[in-house]
Ligand binder design. Structure first.
Ligand code: NAI
Length: 326
């Protein structure tokens, strides 16, 4: 099999190359993202392998079909960047539903602890031999109420971590897990009661801009908002306003609404065009990581294995069980 691998990062190559050699799959690695302009690179390939910020709309799907490409293998769990409905009966779409919920949940807690204990500030201070503690006062997580939105694989691991810290956990899920022992509340109640809110639900029409100007009004003053799920769950401009008005105490963002053109790239020598992102990053109480939550050795190994299994199942005319069929 020949697979065009889009949005390649250096850390992807060793895992996929090794498995590809073992399973007779040739990966053609491209740094560029898949979109209308780059789809021609898939010519001569049986499939494409994509990540979170590639664009697979109707036009791209039509072009892939014309080129004889039969499978879109997502090397991630979320699939909001693929027009699944349009793909139906035209091309196989498979994803990696789970690779390490621990990776994402642990990064979520890393962001929360960094934020509330001001580690991002003290790290920079001590490197400059500034050992002052002024302005570094944090707060205990023990006893605080954390609202978890989405109690799937990642949300549940995060809940367990929070319980280990002695936090009071409340949760909202559109499809609550019966018998899980999770303390479910309505979304409004979660917004009103939580000292910390963490998002672990997919991006859908229902969840788009869950944090907006209107919902921010209902939050507790000083609330910490964490998003390691998908950027557009939060209206970034409204978040920025909430921070400027001192309503939101802190924000920890591993994802951002307009991340596609910025994240995963080095802009350290450039002027960033996105004023909202630049202003958010300038805030002392905002921490941004660039969609890094998944990035552990364990997760990368599992992603490569499941993606290759999906490709092999397709090549044999079989189902891996990870196909997206709607
Ligand atoms: P999952 O499918 O196991 O759980 C998602 C949960 O969200 C389910 O319990 C579902 O019922 C719930 N849900 C669906 N619609 C909802 C709604 N309208 N309101 C509230 N809850 C709703 O997914 P998993 O593996 O836990 O991943 C969660 C999200 O994390 C993914 O959708 C993805 O966007 C994001 N993610 C981010 C990564 C990163 O590196 N930052 C890596 C992997 C996933």
């Amino acid at each position: 099999m020949k697979i065009a691998f889009f949005d390649t990062k250096q850390y992807d190559i060793p895992y996929f190359e090794k498995l590809g050699e073992e399973k007779n799959i040739k990966f053609k690695f491209y740094e560029t993202k898949l979109n209308e302009d780059t789809v021609a690179l898939a010519k001569g390939c049986d499939g494409v392998c994509i990540f979170v910020n590639d664009t697979v709309n109707a036009e791209v799907i039509d072009r892939l079909c014309e080129l004889g490409v039969g499978i879109i293998a997502l090397r991630c769990a979320g699939y909001n960047n693929v027009d699944i409905k349009y793909a139906k009966d035209k091309i196989t779409v498979a994803r990696v539903p789970a690779y390490s919920p621990y990776a994402v949940a642990e990064h979520t807690m890393a962001l929360l602890l960094t934020s509330v204990r001001r580690v991002h500030k003290s790290y920079i201070r001590t490197r400059d031999f500034n050992f002052s503690l002024n302005g570094l006062t944090g707060f205990d997580l023990h006893g605080k109420t954390v609202g978890v939105v989405g109690t799937g694989k990642i949300g549940r691991v995060f809940i367990d971590i929070c319980l280990g810290f002695g936090m009071n956990v409340i949760a909202y899920d559109k499809f609550p897990a019966e018998g899980s022992g999770i303390n479910y509340v309505e979304l409004d109640e979660l917004f009103e009661q939580s000292d910390i809110i963490s998002f672990h639900c997919p991006l859908t029409e229902d969840t788009y801009h869950m944090i907006s100007e209107e919902t921010i009004d209902r939050l507790k003053k000083g609330v910490v908002i964490i998003n390691t799920s998908r950027g557009a769950l939060i209206d970034a401009e409204a978040l920025l306003e909430g921070i400027k008005e001192r309503k939101i105490g802190a924000a920890c963002l591993d994802v951002y609404e307009e991340e596609a053109d910025v994240f995963f790239q080095d802009f350290s020598d450039h002027i960033i065009d996105d004023d909202v992102l630049a202003r958010l990053i300038s805030m002392p109480n905002v921490i941004v990581t660039s969609h890094q939550a998944f990035l552990t050795r364990e997760a990368l190994g599992n992603i490569a294995e499941t993606t290759v299994d999906n490709l092999i199942a397709y090549s044999k005319g079989e189902k891996s069980g990870n196909e997206l069929e709607f």
